[in-house]
Design a protein around this ligand. Structure first.
Ligand SMILES: Cc1ncc(COP(=O)(O)O)c(C=O)c1O
Length: 397
């Protein structure tokens, strides 16, 4: 018998709420109207219009990654696919790899290297701290890895590897490639790929860039591309093979059918970044995130990471005694229509400060939703002082 069409399916109009949740978690983040509109268009993936758009995406990406490299590739897939693309193209079975691990996503990079049969040594940084260049120098000397993996901003526990430039310089002295995950940080804070000497920078669409999930970017340095070019034999991954992807991204030829709508959305997201300018965007993110952090502390809550290692792109808040993270999340989303994130590990809740999340009106709504929710759950917080602090730090006239 043929399988029949299900009869219990309802349209999205009946599933999606009238007022969507304000997405203030660790991603995906709200997208600008221009990005949403671009995402609704389908065009020929190999026509002249697409070729023109791809040229612009590469040119704008060079600015956003701060690189002159001609080896920026798009990936039809999540940030993890871009991570895997960097790993499998630069790390061969049998290679020695140093993975700096200070959270869930940096562990994921090390696992990817291990699955590709590399010999992986992990520098597990104490929770809540950023990687120490002295320790990295020692490990580079000892292990002589051909590649090092690191996450600039660990979304999972809100740690910022602030000394990435020094780590890159050390790696260069040891002829070791640096693979950096900048999924939540790219365009929210400085990352100067060429100046710092990063060999692969990975980003997803749905966080710092404020585009849609499912289309990601990887930028390879010239040094990294030489490694890719010199590879003998076939890579085990067909979709993630950078040399095959190069066919589409640089030679107007076919690799697989590109996610045209997602690339158009990425185009618009990048264009908005270029018109805001990187510096303007960094300033907006810093101002908003610091104001949010100040407001949270003024409420009477505490932040998970000490200022010197604290990530601005995602803010981790200790769950106060007597309540649970899921209770806070449920009240914030159910009653206030504001969604924030729980945690991968520590007892925290997380509020994102990436792209469109860094807007004054979103911050007021989020701080109010957080303060009102924990107060309703029986925690003694000072909501007026929290909101006043936010206003003061944002310098609202
Ligand atoms: C720092 C970081 N790296 C990688 C990823 C993985 O991205 P995706 O979930 O799109 O695969 C995330 C997602 O949260 C992230 O925050």
């Amino acid at each position: 018998m043929l399988v029949q069409a299900p009869t219990d399916i309802v349209s999205l109009d009946n599933i999606l709420p009238e007022e969507p949740l304000l997405m203030m978690g660790a991603g995906p983040v709200p997208i600008p109207a221009r990005v949403a509109a671009a995402n609704s268009i389908v065009i020929n993936h190999l026509g002249d219009t697409m070729a023109h758009i791809i040229e612009q995406v590469k040119s704008m990406s060079r600015y956003v990654f701060q690189t002159e490299s001609r080896h920026i590739l798009g990936v039809a897939g999540p940030g993890s696919a871009a991570m895997e693309m960097a790993v499998v193209n630069l790390i061969a079975p049998g290679d020695n790899v140093l993975s700096i691990c200070n959270g869930f996503f940096s562990h994921r990079l090390s696992e990817m290297a291990e699955r590709n049969e590399a010999h992986v040594s992990r520098y597990v940084v104490p929770d809540g701290e950023s990687a120490d260049p002295e320790k990295v120098a020692q490990l580079l000397e000892e292990l002589k890895p051909s590649a090092l993996t690191i996450v600039q901003g660990e979304t999972s526990n809100t740690v910022y590897n602030s000394r990435l430039p020094e780590i890159c310089a050390l790696a260069k002295q040891h002829n070791c490639l640096v693979i950096t995950d900048a999924v939540c940080t790219l365009s929210t804070m400085p990352l100067a790929m060429d100046e710092w000497g990063v060999d692969a920078v990975i980003t997803g669409g749905q966080k710092g860039l404020s585009s849609i999930p499912g289309v990601s970017l990887v930028a390879f340095s010239e040094r990294a591309w030489e490694v890719i070019e010199s590879r003998q034999g076939h890579l085990r991954h067909w979709c993630l093979d950078a040399k095959l992807a190069d066919q589409f991204w640089y030679k107007k030829s076919y690799h697989y059918t590109a996610p045209v709508s997602g690339i158009l959305a990425m185009h618009e997201a990048l264009r908005l970044i270029c018109s805001e300018t990187l510096q303007g965007r960094f300033d907006r993110h810093e101002r908003c995130s610091l104001a949010l952090q100040g407001a949270i502390e003024a409420l009477g809550l505490s932040l998970y990471v000490a200022p010197e290692s604290r990530l601005n792109s995602v803010v981790g808040i200790n769950v106060p005694d007597g309540v649970t993270g899921p209770e806070i999340l449920a009240l914030m989303s159910g009653k206030h229509r504001v969604e924030i994130s729980g945690s991968f590990g520590p007892n925290i809740v997380r509020i994102g400060q990436m792209g469109e999340q860094c807007r004054t009106h979103h911050l007021f709504r989020t701080v109010h939703a957080l303060g009102a929710s924990v107060r309703e759950l029986g925690v003694n917080v000072d909501l007026p002082t929290g909101v006043a602090e936010l206003e003061k730090r944002l310098q609202v006239s």
